[in-house]
Design a protein around this ligand. Structure first.
Ligand code: SF4
Length: 360
């Protein structure tokens, strides 16, 4: 219905209606978490989808839900098993938080996830946008969302030429996201705006001609959607260096240690790290009371984190067979090769080094 007295309100309604009409024809309705979309299944999918594309998530989601079909099964699992099923998906803090959140919810809400935005945000690893998306998609509650895809759509709609992470712009975008919410069909609208950002309003070369909301898009009207959003003001990433020792015993097993629960790759399994200024042979002697031989330096491996770049110098060495004294313990195991790869949480670069080691 036309509302000539309030053109702003009319334009907001037309945005959501155009988006919903597009979703009815082109939206992604067959995603595995949309079949029987319980709060638990939507929660797992939304955590996996943080920083990761749908096509990558689907097989991980299916394996995860098969093993942990409900909250109690996840809450009662070991963190190693959860991390094992997450291996390769990256951003492992998500898996640890998911596991911790399951335990908290199981304890505090009696086998169920909470049903309010405030309580959801209290759980580890869940911000306002993720909580809003979960409750909107699973329960149809009326909450705005502002993930990366939605942010890009809204920034382009208004042609905002300031980095959207700026606190004032962020506030403005949240307000806009809230103003655009329709009164009904919240779950569909939420999926629709996420799909629009993922399929049409992509970061590079958006398909504006197929966009259902191009009439209101200032970036499109200006002919310059690729100029938005503005990038974060540049800061060069610091570099950290580490030496990783791939110590082999006479059974061709390699030593792995569990990393501390916090910090990079918290709780995952990795190789022992020797301080960069220390000579590996004497470090092994001092740390493990063993000598090493057949030392080989492998090519440098670089891995980027959000706040720094890690340079790994891998070294393969054979432990003196007469003195295999390094015992397995709580945080230390002899890794038995590729067949157990899914049973441990391994960071992607460590997994690649292991694959390389066992290929040789
Ligand atoms: S018209 Fe283009 S830039 Fe604007 S919202 Fe649609 S796809 Fe994005």
């Amino acid at each position: 219905m036309q509302n000539p007295e309030n053109p702003a309100a009319e334009s907001k309604t037309s945005f959501s209606q155009s988006l919903l009409a597009w979703f009815d024809t082109y939206g992604r309705k067959n995603l595995p978490w949309k079949q029987n979309p319980t709060l638990y299944r939507i929660w797992v999918s939304e955590i996996m989808l943080q920083q990761t594309q749908v096509a990558t998530v689907i097989p991980y989601y299916q394996r995860f839900i098969h093993r942990f079909p409900n909250l109690p099964s996840l809450a009662n699992a070991s963190v190693d098993e959860v991390l094992g099923l997450w291996t390769g998906l990256g951003y492992y803090a998500r898996a640890r938080n998911l596991h911790r959140a399951a335990q908290l919810a199981w304890r505090n809400y009696g086998n169920e996830l909470p049903h309010t935005l405030e309580a959801f945000i209290e759980l580890p690893g869940i911000g306002r946008s993720t909580a809003g998306a979960i409750l909107a998609l699973a329960l149809g509650q009326r909450h705005p969302i502002l993930d990366g895809n939605v942010k890009r759509v809204l920034v382009r709609q208004q042609a905002i030429n300031i980095w959207p992470g700026h606190p004032q712009i962020k506030k403005q975008l949240w307000q806009q996201a809230e103003d655009l919410l329709p009164v009904t069909r919240i779950a569909d609208y939420t999926q629709a705006i996420m799909d629009l950002g993922a399929i049409i309003c992509t970061r590079h070369r958006p398909s504006c001609l197929y966009c259902p909301v191009k009439e209101t898009c200032q970036a499109y009207i200006q002919g310059s959607p690729n100029n938005y959003p503005q990038p974060r003001p540049r800061k060069s990433l610091p570099l950290r260096t580490t030496v990783m020792l791939m110590l082999l015993n006479s059974q061709k097993e390699v030593l792995l240690e569990r990393r501390p629960p916090t910090g990079i790759w918290g709780g995952l399994w990795s190789f022992p790290e020797c301080p960069t200024q220390t000579e590996p042979t004497s470090w092994c002697q001092e740390t493990f009371n063993c000598t090493i031989e057949n030392i080989q330096m492998w090519p440098l491996v670089r891995h980027s984190f959000t706040h720094f770049t890690l340079e790994i110098h891998p070294i393969v060495a054979q432990i003196d067979q007469k003195r295999e004294q390094i015992m397995e313990s709580e945080g230390r195991i002899w890794y038995k090769g590729v067949e157990v790869m899914n049973q441990l949480g391994l960071p992607a670069p460590i997994l690649r080094l292991l694959e390389q080691l066992y290929k040789e």
